[in-house]
Design a protein around this ligand. Structure first.
Ligand code: ADP
Ligand code: MG
Length: 768
């Protein structure tokens, strides 16, 4: 074909195809010179593609260019067709298939059977077997392997459904899984089957003790019309013999059968003892019944790898011995099953739970009167683990299985991910830098995965949607997915900076250390007066309860313990001595413990606006060109509008300065007295400092700047109390921090004491 495959092109195409479709089954269409594919073209392709496949034919598209391929991919029709880069490749694949002639009838097993090759390709045999021993006797719940229905695809064996391993273990029994459906017959003496049908097979988990499954397409299909009952073993032999005739060796053969099973063909494990000792009991069926059987069998002399050998040994099958085993799903009814062309189509009946009656086992003596048999040739045996996305976690950290499952769900576009813990925060959520590799082992764009308790991560996601999207636009992360498992949730988010994903990001903390104030001020101006202006620039005048809002205890419940342990200050004492200043000051921990609750309902009119809530300098990232990215929104919400500014002050004072000696502390307090005891937001505190720590001047200058931003946000207001309370919220917890010196903890305590003193003085003056 050549040119545009559009409305006109499609007409021409339809004519050509229509003229030949009766005789031809194998279609090769050369797309090398097709420059455009329109919806009309797609429609023709689907229409004839389906027709051709319906008669067991195949349509291979050759030389698709990137754009055409993308269109087919996004419309979801690409998988209908075969693909080849060039004609020779396509011909090779057709020839291979042609050697297995297509649908033809022949006499066997006292009836006229029909044989048809389908994919004519081998598949994977996945063995889901966490136990390495040849019996299940020592099985414990901890050993069950977690696999999603998506992982399992088409599998059967021993496993359970439940909310976790322990509950699944209690209901362990024979199971089958097919795409979005699973069924188990628990070996618990009650033997009541349990089924589930889910929307998203990634979200549904099965806990597996030992199972086998196929990934890939059936090689072909064998139809058995009604007739005398035939044993599965006979069917298997017939297929193996037929394949041999065609030069295809298949000592090991997988079967999926849909048909009528004979009474006397099924068995089950009555209780747990029977299950671990592999003692199935026969179960009579009332009459022939519609079923779907999943099984695996082999001729004598089969060769298996370690995974399969153990799986079979657990069922009492010795290496090289001929066998057949499988599980059956019994239906109460399944009317027109004859129209089902591929096993997965059974799913459309499975939405009705009433239709699924039971799950049992079947061995080689199982017999059927009629059926449609899809056969699979396992080209490779692999452990189910290999099929699942590999999650590698760097560093010495506990990584619960829930987190692993979440990771798998969020990275289905990858085949391997490497997680490196990121540091910088203190919240129970744990962020990781994720290097992912796609199915061609190409490195994907870097992403970040944050895992933690559901309430916390969900809050961050919600805040992101509410306060970040639409406000700070491309200066923050984009959420690419979220998933919950058990009590944990994970969010995957991007980080693609303006200078690309390879840019080296650095914390504002580092820039603060390296750069002089003259360079920091423009940077801070950019952050607070431009990037975050949509937050701070739209204040609302409303009632706030500052003591309630700025209570640090919910986030830092250990403050009192730490004050006692690190500084010997009990929250019981109303005052503390500050020999450095020669003063007795109010005890800030006492104030926190007794006055915060007492003043809980104190309210005042004040400005509120969206605030980040934890805008420390590790939540502001910069690239080489000083592009700014804001992250970490778990605490973001509308609150006292000066909160984010006040958040930074204690960092400048206690984390970015030296604070290495008593002398540092004494000279700091000199300055702090001026900073803490201002009377209004527009009062500029003097720089009264005689120490020799140059970072102190930097801190002072930056604090003045920050207070200016705060002043701007509150327009004509000047009340310093809401600012001091916001400051206290992050000054009081310093005693808990691990990254500050003991002198800084002491300094923070006196700083808090001076602020409390000021608050008491100002509020007293007001009420008086
Ligand atoms: N999208 C990202 N890109 C680059 N680094 C990030 C990203 N997200 C987080 N980090 C790094 O991980 C650290 C902690 O992540 P954060 O989301 O702030 O979690 P926490 O709640 O632990 O503070 C950050 O300070 C930063 O260094
Ligand atoms: Mg953080």
């Amino acid at each position: 074909m050549q040119g545009r495959f559009d409305g006109l092109g499609a007409q021409l195409f339809d004519q050509e195809v229509e003229a030949r479709i009766k005789d031809e089954k194998q279609w090769l269409i050369d797309f090398t010179h097709v420059v455009y594919l329109s919806s009309a073209g797609i429609r023709s392709l689907i229409k004839y593609g389906k027709k051709i496949i319906g008669v067991g034919g195949k349509l291979i598209l050759i030389g698709l260019n990137r754009d055409v391929k993308l269109v087919l991919e996004t419309t979801g029709v690409l998988q209908l067709f075969g693909q080849a880069k060039e004609m020779s490749e396509a011909l090779a694949s057709i020839n291979k298939e042609y050697s297995l002639d297509n649908a033809h009838s022949f006499n066997a097993l006292n009836r006229e059977c029909t044989w048809q090759s389908l994919a004519a390709q081998s598949c994977y045999l996945d063995i889901w077997n966490p136990l390495k021993s040849a019996s299940l006797r020592n099985l414990t719940s901890a050993e069950l392997m977690t696999a999603s229905l998506e992982d399992l695809n088409m599998a059967w064996g021993i496993g359970g459904l439940g909310f976790d391993r322990v509950s699944a273990f209690e209901g362990l029994g024979s199971f089958i899984a097919l795409e979005k459906m699973a069924g188990v017959l628990p070996a618990d003496t009650y033997n009541q089957p349990d089924f589930m049908v889910v929307k998203d097979p990634r979200e549904a988990l099965m806990y597996v003790a030992a199972a086998a499954g196929f990934s890939g397409q059936p090689w072909g299909k064998l139809d058995l019309p009604p007739g005398r009952p035939v044993h599965v073993r006979e069917i298997q032999n017939l297929i193996i013999a037929k394949l041999r005739e065609k030069g295809q060796d298949a000592a090991l053969l997988g079967l999926v059968v849909l048909g009528q099973i004979q009474p006397g063909s099924a068995s089950y494990y009555h209780n747990y003892e029977d299950l671990i000792n592999n003692r199935p009991l026969g179960r009579e069926l009332a009459g022939p019944q519609t079923m779907m059987l999943f099984g695996l069998g082999a001729d004598a002399g089969w060769k298996a790898d370690e995974h399969l050998s153990i799986f079979l040994a657990q069922r009492g099958i010795k290496p090289g011995e001929e066998f057949f085993l499988g599980n059956v799903l019994l239906f109460t009814d399944l009317l027109d099953w004859n129209n089902i062309q591929m096993p997965g189509e059974v799913m459309k009946y499975c939405t009705d739970l009433e239709l699924m009656q039971d799950v049992m086992m079947a061995d080689e003596n199982a017999a059927l009167t009629e059926g449609r048999v899809w056969f699979f040739i396992p080209g490779q045996i692999r452990s189910g683990k290999e099929k699942q996305l590999q999650v590698e976690v760097k560093g010495d950290i506990t990584f619960p299985e829930e987190w692993e499952i979440i990771t798998r769900r969020l990275y289905t576009d990858a085949c391997r991910v490497v997680l490196e813990p990121l540091t910088g925060g203190f919240s129970p959520g744990k962020p990781f830098r994720v290097s992912a590799y796609d199915h061609d082992n190409r490195r994907m764009l870097p992403t970040v995965l944050k895992l933690g308790p559901t309430s916390l991560i969900e809050q961050e996601i919600q805040n992101h949607q509410k306060y970040v999207h639409g406000y700070i636009l491309n200066n923050s992360t984009t959420i690419m997915g979220q998933s919950t498992c058990g009590a944990s949730t994970g969010m995957r988010y991007s980080f693609v900076g303006i200078s690309g994903p390879d840019s080296n990001l650095s914390w504002l903390t580092n820039r603060f250390r390296e750069k002089p104030v003259e360079e920091l001020i423009p940077l801070f101006d950019k952050i607070f007066t431009r990037i975050l202006k949509p937050w701070y620039g739209q204040p609302r005048w409303e009632m706030i309860k500052p003591y309630q809002e700025h209570n640090p205890l919910p986030l830092f419940p250990m403050i009192f313990d730490a004050a006692e342990k690190e500084l010997g200050i009990s929250a019981q004492a109303a005052t503390i001595d500050c020999p450095e200043l020669g003063l007795t000051l109010p005890n800030p921990y006492h104030f926190l413990k007794h006055e915060y609750p007492a003043r809980q309902s104190v309210s005042q009119l004040w400005y509120t606006g969206i605030n980040h809530g934890d805008l420390n300098m590790q939540n502001i990232l910069l690239d080489e060109q000083d592009n700014v990215y804001i992250i970490d929104f778990s605490e973001t919400r509308p609150r006292n509008i000066v909160s984010d500014f006040a958040r930074l002050e204690p960092i400048f004072k206690f984390e970015m300065t030296r604070m290495g000696s008593e002398a540092d502390l004494v000279s700091f307090l000199e300055l702090e007295k001026a900073l803490a005891q201002v009377n209004s937001l527009d009062e500029a505190p003097p720089f009264s400092y005689s120490g020799d720590d140059p970072t102190m001047k930097k801190a002072y200058q930056m604090i003045c700047r920050i207070r200016k931003y705060a002043k701007t946000a509150v327009i004509f207001e000047t009340d310093i109390i809401p600012y001091l309370l916001a400051l206290l919220e992050w000054t009081l917890p310093i005693v808990v921090f691990i990254n500050v010196t003991p002198f800084a903890k002491k300094a923070a305590t006196y700083s808090a004491a001076l602020m409390v003193d000021q608050i008491m003085r100002l509020s007293c003056r007001r009420s008086g």
